[in-house]
Design a protein around this ligand. Sequence first.
Ligand SMILES: Nc1nc2c(c(=O)[nH]1)N[C@H]1C(S)=C(S)[C@@H](COP(=O)(O)O)O[C@H]1N2
Ligand SMILES: [Mo]
Length: 542
Amino acid sequence: MKKLAIGYGALTGALLTAPLIALLFLARELAELPFPPYDLFDWMARVLPGALVTFGIDRMVDTLTLLGVSVADTAKTAEKLAAVILMFLMGVAGGAVFFAVFALRRARPDIAGGLIAGAMAGLPMAAISVAIEGSTINPLLVILWTVAVFLAWGWALREAYLRVIPAPSEHHPEGAQPASTIGRRQFLVRVGTATAVITVASTGLGTLLAGRARREIETAASSMAHQTVSTDPRLSFPNAGDPLMPAPGTRPEYTPLKDHYKVFIRSEPTVIDGSAWTLPISGEVDNPVSMTIDDLRNNYEPRDQFVTLSCISGRIGTDLISTTMWTGAGLQDILADVSPTEKAQYLFIRSGDGFYETVDLDLIASDSRIMLAYAWDGNPIPIDHGFPLRIWLPDRYGMKQPKWITEISVVEDYRDGYWVERGWDKVARVNTTSVIDTVAQDAVYESEGRTLVPVGGIAFAGARGISKVEVRVDDGPWREARLRSPLSETTWVLWRYDWPFEAGQHKFEVRCAEADGVPQIETERGNRPSGATGIHEKHAKL
Ligand SMILES: Nc1nc2c(c(=O)[nH]1)N[C@H]1C(S)=C(S)[C@@H](COP(=O)(O)O)O[C@H]1N2
Ligand SMILES: [Mo]
């Protein structure tokens, strides 16, 4: 009977947890309530050791890459699926444990038993949601809703137990059919049907509503757009006159916004209502302020900058690198207005998703390009990329550059940022890297009696510029590639090398040097803690 009870408990857990998750999803889309599966998953990612989380992410990226799917598009989907499955399995386990406990004790659970089980799940879950959602949702609402929902789950678990597990008096000698078998079967079929209906209906309705809040904010943001940048950056590329055409198959020099890579710590991007948002800058300052997005736009000379941003977790040849035009207010100008005190040493920046970083005031003083950016590609920064405000630091990996900024404190003491606390580099200066995008076998052409294959890609050295790119085929001599002038001194450089065609299987390698001649590090090194180094290679059969 005990084994049977565990089995029925697991089944009941499954039948109750599926509609629970679906209802939580619907509630989130209807009323912007928290979605515990994501919160639990995000919380685990936050509290587990950084090395373990990175390991997990890397294995997932490897798997996705092996499956041949785009990491950028699929990683978050896989993560969300994992979050939902995790909560479902916890519900299955919870049901099994509940049934096992009472079957072992040969006790009938009373209402309190069910509610206690619900509270044991609901209270920690509520605490986790409050911790993760931070100030974005009213904590009292989060607690009430989460606890209520899980209490209902516990209550239903107990009701199911009473119907599924026969009372001890009904026990029959081995082999005899318990009288309740038929009733139990009918009950489970009924619960199963109700489960299916609720799960499908809630998921369907939730999907229909999905992204409602987000769309409202997007509409509001785009109505601000006309105040942003006057010219379309794509109409005025500064290097438009450069005659060097990239090899066919080279990535776009200016990344279409929808293709810009995305990295964020939570399962979903953080949605901030730009019209209600203000940025407090306080702490070690003589003149604390609170700025609206219009203050930042109107009171400071807008700075446009073509920027290549990259992620420290990318391996050699990664997709986690993109280029667009950033517009914002110079941080030196803003600091001049708030006037830091003698003691001030750092900015401590907090974000709406719980992310944080420290920026050295000396760094800001040394580089007038550092800005608080409110526009990308001439429009308000997209929600996924940090609407309404993010910082830009030239020459640093993305991990040092908070999106969705909600608060800036000027402080005396240094504090490690979110990823630094999890074992990544304190400075996170971009490693110089070069990548082969294409060996354009379909674009082979004749020139001066020779057959040439265009080979091309990018090279990037943060804000240090690129002076040279070299290509080597089959371990032969390094040959210099031609460089296209970049969009700015802080973007990648497109290069091209036309290789004399030889049929067969070949290995192509690339390396580069910074503007002052410092070569890229050729030694192969993994991404953690300071970003990957090594030579990118591509194999092609011609
Ligand atoms: N608030 C916040 N800012 C953040 C992050 C984040 O998770 N939360 N991720 C950082 C990392 S690791 C990178 S690589 C860049 C990515 O910016 P993007 O998604 O706009 O490309 O944002 C950085 N800023
Ligand atoms: Mo990153």
